[in-house]
Design a protein. Sequence first.
Length: 113
Amino acid sequence: VQLQASGGGLVQAGGSLRLSCAASGSIFSFRVMAWYRQAPGAQRERVAFISRGGTTDYADSVKGRFTISRDNAKNTVYLQMNSLKPEDTAVYYCNSVPPIDIWGQGTQVTVSS
């Protein structure tokens, strides 16, 4: 079982990043997949999810700025993040909905003002 997120980094406010997550087929194949994030001192929150058929939904805080997508052939889910804000700073994880109890290391996103 593997969930490997990548693509994070340091970016200025207003910038963009694209996150990728390679998931084991056993997790990915029949599941709704999502991106979650956890800021320092805060609880983990779900920011976006996508069904296997492509239905998506977003947290209000990222709606219109983030786009989630998936490549079922590659067992990979993506998160395109535009117009980043300092409050988007967090460690980003991918997992299923509902999440399994394996989170991986995540990828750090830091947005400077």
